[in-house]
Design a protein around this ligand. Sequence first.
Ligand code: COA
Length: 182
Amino acid sequence: MATDQGSDRRAERTPPGSEKAGAAERSPTETSVERVTHQDVGAICSLYKKVWESEAGLPTDLVKAWQPSPLEFTSWMEGVTYFAARRSGHLIGIVGCELRRGACRLVHLAVDPDGRRQGVGAALVTAAVDWARRSGAGAVWADPLARFQACGHLFLQLGFSESGVLHRHESGEDVRLFERVL
Ligand SMILES: CC(C)(COP(=O)(O)OP(=O)(O)OC[C@H]1O[C@@H](n2cnc3c(N)ncnc32)[C@H](O)[C@@H]1OP(=O)(O)O)[C@@H](O)C(=O)NCCC(=O)NCCS
């Protein structure tokens, strides 16, 4: 059910606390961030396919593991709360929030390569942090591959601190750890 909403546009950031603005108040080109529903599953799987197939040099097992089938993504949804970003009706970004023992891990963050550097990733992570706070989490953390430098910049810009590196941690790739205490 789409209960949590947020919105963001580079030139018109939504003021804190007003993220419940209704769809009717948004302009057609504005980015909205909402909880995903089962109706979104097909579009989400297509987005992941586009994102990971465009990342040159990624280990092939990761490319495969991060492109779920609709059935696999439905099972991911059982333990993770996902938010999707949309613009003009198109799903252009996604992030998952995995709440475990009082901390929220961000997973599967991805933005359509054609829609980057327009504030979509920041809007998704901001919505995820807001949701984690409302859910009582004491911290939000993420463990992107070190090769995803844009992601590192994004977390640092949003007030996360870098707390370490795990070497050759995932399919031989280094992983960076970021955390934001709430
Ligand atoms: C990381 C990712 C989600 C960022 O999405 P995005 O919508 O382009 O990010 P935003 O436009 O919200 O960027 C917000 C800030 O992050 C930083 N940033 C984002 N992309 C950057 C890049 N390519 N280089 C440097 N800084 C970058 C900047 O500080 C940016 O602010 P600015 O544009 O005002 O300078 C996107 O690049 C992506 O999907 N990458 C591939 C998958 C990935 O890395 N997933 C993360 C796994 S955890």
